[in-house]
Ligand binder design. Structure first.
Ligand code: FAD
Length: 559
């Protein structure tokens, strides 16, 4: 792990903090990663505060449908789960990290059940397990049929709310990290849409900060991610001087309900579990085009299926393909996939009698803030957990249903690390923020969000080439090049959540585009039209992005 950074950081333009508070550990975000960390820290007696952008259950966690992967079934083993994960990761997984995930996963799921999450079971009380793409075994535990994330979120939110010693601040947008003179974490700044003592921008001093801010799907026009997934944690980490890695590996989910060419924002997902239970992908002539492309056909890893769909769309000139689950019959749809059934019907499609139009959309960030196996980032006292982090378990492509598990397993590891450090007297003591001379980043207008999304979708989407990405990068640079342009907010205008979010999206998009341009090969979910082959000799390595003095650089990891 890289030692403590002392690089000079930048911060978002924001009013000076009007209020101050303090705690031992602040957890940013309230999905599976954040809430599990908070609960485990509290159980050991530390003072914890959870700050979250909207309400407690607003994040990707509650949208997860398919389930959580763990070797819980008869005949399955962590070793087999490891093998499947490494295959999906296309040569870039950190095998040690994957081993941690698959060996600690089953017990972490059992502890989640003890916390209150109820998974679907058979008549004998055994947890029902399904299959998803890339898994050679049935090992996906699910809840409420296809409402796994909602159940996990419910259980964790209830446990947090039942603990009077976990303080929660909702509607609080975290802006930037506070650091001491040695570059160590001293807390953070945040903007609270509250009232009374905690309203507007404040400073929260803490001995450790855990980023659990989720993904960055909103960088693209069409995504399965909710509106809060704007990559804030990655942007904050970059501004604080932390290392970010594997950003180019964005997983596009192959089967997202196609709602028309102009659909924007969060789109309904048709879980992989629907294919796991036997639904077929077909073109307009009802030909199963995935058969013969991969031994697992529709259940090949996601990048293969997304590419198969895109290829067929090109060949036939179609805007989407179809998923055929008509043979399930009404009862199976109602019992096994009630959420998806309702979602399709609300958009005028009845999967019991009709083909479901589907196309790929941005779904999951395999990369993020670089951490070691205990969640440390390259900034002392700053941890990252869940989708915002890059622990190394996903490599170039995440295996389906490994992300909820990653959030759980690494949250427990982070909590254990913080507690060990506290017990050893090593937890960085609370410091006043002394880095006063930071540069302030000018803010983008809220309207820039749609421009960024369009540029990224067109240039850095499922299919990428040097020309398409250069266009995106130029477009992104143009947004900030002219301080007088309408994309940059004028002096004197009070910043608002949308301006800070648009500015974060811009930084994350620029870093993602830079990494994708540099990687001249096709690997995992990074698909270059101009470099169609995987190139292990040249590219079996990670790309690291950093920001120093406001300048973003992306370099190859030194071997
Ligand atoms: C539709 C859908 C289906 C999925 N299905 C599955 C599945 O079946 N299995 C699986 O394993 N994975 C699935 N995933 C992925 C998985 O849900 C996520 O990777 C996982 O839930 C991420 O958890 P998290 O705790 O890291 O982040 P999230 O659950 O996204 O939570 C992030 C939190 O951070 C907060 N936040 C963000 N920025 C800030 C800020 N600046 N200040 C304060 N708070 C902030 C958000 O409000 C939110 O509370 C799915 C994802 C989606 C979108």
């Amino acid at each position: 792990m890289t030692p403590v950074t002392t690089r000079s950081s930048t911060r978002l333009a924001a009013p000076a903090p009007g209020w101050t508070t303090a705690t031992d550990v602040v957890v940013v975000g309230s999905g599976v990663a954040g809430l599990t960390t908070a609960l485990r820290l509290r159980a050991a007696g530390l003072k914890v505060m959870v700050v979250t952008k909207a309400v407690l259950d607003d994040g990707s966690t509650r949208w997860a449908q398919g389930g959580i992967a763990a070797a819980l079934g008869e005949g399955d083993s962590p070793e087999q789960h490891l093998d499947d994960t490494l295959v999906a990761g296309a040569g870039l997984c950190d095998e040690e990290a994957v081993r941690v995930l698959v060996t600690e996963g089953p017990a972490a799921v059992r502890r989640l059940i003890e916390t209150g999450a109820a998974f679907d079971k058979d008549a004998d009380g055994r947890i029902l397990l399904t299959r998803e793409g890339g898994h050679h075994r049935r090992r996906i535990a699910h809840a409420g049929g296809d409402a796994t994330g909602a159940e996990i979120s419910r259980a964790l939110v209830e446990a947090v709310q039942a603990d009077p010693h976990i303080e929660v601040i909702e509607h609080a947008l975290v802006l930037d990290l506070l650091t001491d003179a040695k570059g160590r974490t001293a807390g953070l700044t945040l903007h609270v849409m509250g009232e009374g003592q905690r309203d507007g921008v404040g400073a929260l001093h803490a001995r450790a900060v855990v980023l659990a801010t989720g993904g960055m799907g909103q960088v693209f026009s069409a995504t399965t991610n909710p509106a809060v997934s704007t990559g804030d944690g990655v942007a904050l980490a970059l501004r604080a001087g932390a290392e970010v890695t594997d950003l180019e590996f964005v997983q596009f989910h192959p089967t997202v309900l196609w709602l028309g060419p102009d659909a924007e924002g969060q789109q309904p997902l048709i879980s992989e579990a629907v294919r796991g239970e036997g639904a077929h992908l077909v073109d307009a002539d009802e030909v199963r085009f995935m058969v013969g492309q991969h031994e697992l056909a529709e259940l090949a890893p996601r990048d293969i299926v997304a590419k198969g769909i895109m290829r067929r769309m090109r060949e036939t000139g179609a805007e989407h393909m179809y998923l055929d689950g008509r043979h399930f019959g009404a009862r199976m749809w109602e019992e096994r996939f009630p959420t998806i059934l309702a979602s399709c019907r609300s958009h005028g499609i009845d999967p019991v009698t009709q083909l479901i139009p589907v196309a790929p959309a941005a779904h999951y960030a395999s990369g993020g803030v670089r951490t070691d196996l205990r969640g440390h980032t390259s900034v002392s006292g700053l941890y990252a957990c869940g989708e915002v982090a890059c622990t190394g378990v996903h490599g170039a492509n995440r295996l389906a249903s490994n992300s909820l598990l990653e959030g759980l397993v690494f949250a427990e590891r982070i909590a254990a690390d913080i507690l060990d450090r506290d017990a050893a007297g090593k937890l960085t003591p609370r410091h006043e923020d002394t880095s006063r001379e930071v540069d302030r980043v000018p803010l983008l207008a809220p309207e820039a969000r749609a421009d960024i999304q369009r540029l990224m979708t067109r240039g850095v989407g499922v299919l990428r080439s040097a020309a398409s990405m250069a266009e995106a990068a130029e477009g992104l640079a143009a947004l900030t090049a002219d301080p007088q342009s309408s994309a940059v907010t004028g002096k004197g205008e009070a910043p608002q959540v949308e301006t800070w979010e648009a500015t974060n999206l811009h930084l994350v998009a620029a870093a993602l585009a830079a990494a994708a341009r540099l990687r001249e090969e096709t690997r995992g979910c990074h698909w270059r039209e101009d470099f169609p082959d995987r190139d292990d000799a040249g590219w079996q390595r990670h790309l690291i992005s950093r920001q120093q003095d406001g300048v973003l650089t992306t370099t190859e990891e030194q071997q």
